[in-house]
Design a protein around this ligand. Structure first.
Ligand code: FAD
Length: 469
């Protein structure tokens, strides 16, 4: 007997994979809908929720991280369940979820980095932005990653807000670091760093810098660093100057104002220097096993027929000595078996959030995508809300054509039985709150917002200890 889905007796059962902003906004949109009754089971790889709000947003931006309170409210809604420490694709498969749920929403973010594709990228000292960001934010997978901070110069390839976050964190003084929730072991290493100069390098010119006012506004306020750019770097070619003349692009104008404001600055030997370099494409990471430098080719900019700016390489080569290279040149989703991957955009292939099947290239019944996995690594936390609502709207548009079997037992019980049968130590939301409480208590002792647990083992141990009383 098949029944209509979305009623009190037969709720719409949705699995959301990932507990970052997009996952929570999708859950909220489903659970707040007054016409359709939904149950949401959120599966998260880590025992801790909030995705990049916890593991990406810079630790000196506690105000931004406090958006997690909004997600706590969503987690407290009826018919919401959180299953932390459950890895989709490993602990629980797509086939199992398709059998158990009416719909899956992938909210897995874009967790891999794009490579620069140059020689030397695998040398010790060459890292992705993801690795460093995850390390200083206490992501358990990166606890053991080593960053050699003994050299005097670090180079960041890329000129977006993530690149600026990395530059800022490298430039924080021990006192500034102590006020953040950077884990203790990272705090120690950053506080004794020998880095004197942090260079950010972009392929194109100052008008094309991808960062925004959000990223630049704190740079001049850093206690222990001075930001510099050679005025020569800001000289615009005739063709790019034309763009500026006709433009009302607020971001571009603000970026240029920021760069002009620091162009008179001189390095201060008592402080670190953050240096902005433009029109340079990385050519090769130099050194033996370890990074000792980065070579660049100098670019010239030209405008195409549509007025877009491109770079062309000149014969001029430059080398910067350095011990660390971070690439911050884009993110891509980790592909999922059975689902098409959009290699160009680095996303799960989709049409307005409806996922595309790997073989048929048709949209896949009952599978959806939200957030960075849907549209690529763009936008701020708030951008994910309308984006998730739009995908949920597509799901609800599709719903009338579905019918389902009546439920023989509650969905909570079904999921629990499935995870128990695999002996998975899942972490429900109330257990995450035990972890969080312990982090805040330890943070209070150390006079910082929280001291994060950086291993899954320690997180599980604190839950067990609390339950044993
Ligand atoms: C370094 C950095 C700094 C940022 N700073 C800011 C900022 O200051 N302000 C701002 O507004 N925005 C900032 N952003 C952007 C913001 O973080 C993103 O817009 C947002 O996090 C994207 O949300 P999401 O849900 O798509 O992905 P994510 O936040 O990445 O969440 C994805 C979740 O899915 C989980 N997951 C992945 N794979 C699996 C799996 N197989 N099984 C189970 N779970 C899985 C992950 O563990 C993660 O919890 C920053 C981004 C980065 C990278």
């Amino acid at each position: 007997m098949s029944v209509v889905i979305g009623s009190e007796s037969r709720p719409l059962r949705v699995a959301i994979i990932g507990s970052g902003p997009s996952g929570f906004y999708a859950a909220e949109s489903l659970l707040k809908n007054s016409e359709i009754i939904s149950e949401v089971d959120m599966f998260e790889y880590l025992p801790t929720p909030y995705g990049l709000v916890r593991a990406g947003v810079a630790p000196d931006h506690q105000q931004i991280k406090s958006v997690s309170k909004v997600y706590d409210k969503i987690a407290s809604m009826d018919r919401f369940r959180f299953w932390g420490n459950v890895q989709f694709g490993n602990d629980i498969t797509r086939e199992e979820l398709l059998d158990t749920f009416d719909a899956i929403i992938y909210a897995i973010g874009a967790q891999s980095d794009r490579a620069m594709g140059i020689d030397g990228e695998t040398k010790i000292g060459s890292h992705s932005a993801t690795e460093f960001v995850a390390w200083y934010n206490g992501h358990p997978d990166y606890k053991e990653t080593l960053f050699d901070l003994s050299h005097e110069r670090a180079v960041i390839v890329g000129m977006g807000n993530v690149a600026l976050d990395i530059a800022r964190v490298l430039a924080l003084t021990p006192e500034e670091i102590a006020k953040t929730d950077i884990p203790h072991h990272v705090q120690e290493q950053l506080s004794s760093s020998n880095i004197k100069e942090i260079c950010l390098v972009a392929r194109r010119g100052p008008l094309q810098a991808a960062f925004t006012n959000t990223g630049t506004k704190e740079i001049p306020e850093l206690e222990g660093a001075v930001a510099v750019v050679d005025p020569e770097e800001l000289k615009l070619e005739n063709n790019t100057a034309e763009i500026l003349k006709d433009s009302n692009d607020k971001k571009m104008i603000q970026n240029l104002q920021f760069l002009e404001s620091i162009s008179e600055n001189q390095p201060d030997p008592s402080k670190r220097t953050i240096r902005f370099l433009f029109r340079r494409s990385p050519q090769e990471i130099l050194g033996g096993d370890h990074v000792t430098g980065l070579s660049f080719v100098v670019n010239e900019l030209f405008t195409d027929d549509e007025g877009k700016i491109h770079q062309t390489m000149t014969e001029d080569l430059e080398t910067l000595d350095c011990g660390l290279v971070f690439r911050s040149v884009g993110y891509k989703v980790k592909p999922i078996d059975g689902i098409q991957f959009d290699a160009k955009r680095g996303t799960i292939a989709n049409v307005e959030g409806r996922v595309i099947h790997a073989e048929t290239s048709e949209t896949q019944r009952g599978e959806y995508v939200v957030g960075w996995a849907k549209r690529g690594a763009s936008g701020v936390i708030g951008t994910n809300k309308p984006d998730s609502i739009a995908t949920v709207d597509k799901l609800l548009e599709d719903l009338p054509s579905w019918t389902g079997e009546p439920l023989v037992r509650s969905q909570a019980e079904t999921v629990k039985t499935l995870l128990d049968s695999k002996e998975i130590h899942y972490v429900p939301f109330e257990d995450w709150k035990i972890i969080e409480k312990a982090e805040h208590e330890e943070g209070a002792v150390r006079e910082k917002p929280r001291e994060k647990f950086v291993t899954v083992h320690d997180m599980i141990s604190v839950i067990k200890a609390e339950k044993l009383g």
